[in-house]
Write a protein that binds this ligand. Sequence first.
Ligand SMILES: Nc1nc2c(c(=O)[nH]1)N[C@H]1C(S)=C(S)[C@@H](COP(=O)(O)O)O[C@H]1N2
Ligand SMILES: [Mo]
Length: 172
Amino acid sequence: MTGRLVAALAGAVLLSGALASGISAGAAGPVFVGPTGRQIALTSDDLAKLPSVRLHVSFLAEHGTSSADFAGPLLWDVLVRAGAVDSGKPRGTAREIIVVTGADGYIAALAIGEISPAFEDKQVILADEMDGKPLTPGHLRIVVPLDRHGGRSVRDVVRIAVAAAATKTPDR
Ligand SMILES: Nc1nc2c(c(=O)[nH]1)N[C@H]1C(S)=C(S)[C@@H](COP(=O)(O)O)O[C@H]1N2
Ligand SMILES: [Mo]
């Protein structure tokens, strides 16, 4: 094998590893993963078709207070569109969590119950606009209204996974 071929193969392995871990290499938007582990890639066109919600937020960060205007689809609508949640089964979604990963590997978790219309119905968005300027598909940001600290406002979102905590009762 030539050195170049070895390097190309190593690159391909690295790339597939990065994709499998949800660290997307290109300008693609986030990968969505449902509770069964199934991956769904929604295009930016799919996201653009969902109604956009506008939010002004202020939160504490290590460098002081951050304030900005954000706009984008509700995270709930995005997860429904991706088929990652079952809106007809509130009892089943009560034990589900959402794990959001940024391009740098930073992770924050939300509960499905916070954003489900059957529960808190909090207007968490997947922002594709900040202060009137579009955010490119690799730079979408989670915005959680009323969070005091910015820790759950994950930047450069590459992966949004829904997972269910274990239970011994049947789902219905
Ligand atoms: N991808 C990514 N998103 C992140 C972080 C991070 O380290 N990586 N830090 C979080 C924390 S702890 C805070 S306080 C805010 C800070 O946001 P700002 O720098 O836009 O004010 O980003 C959040 N989102
Ligand atoms: Mo922070």
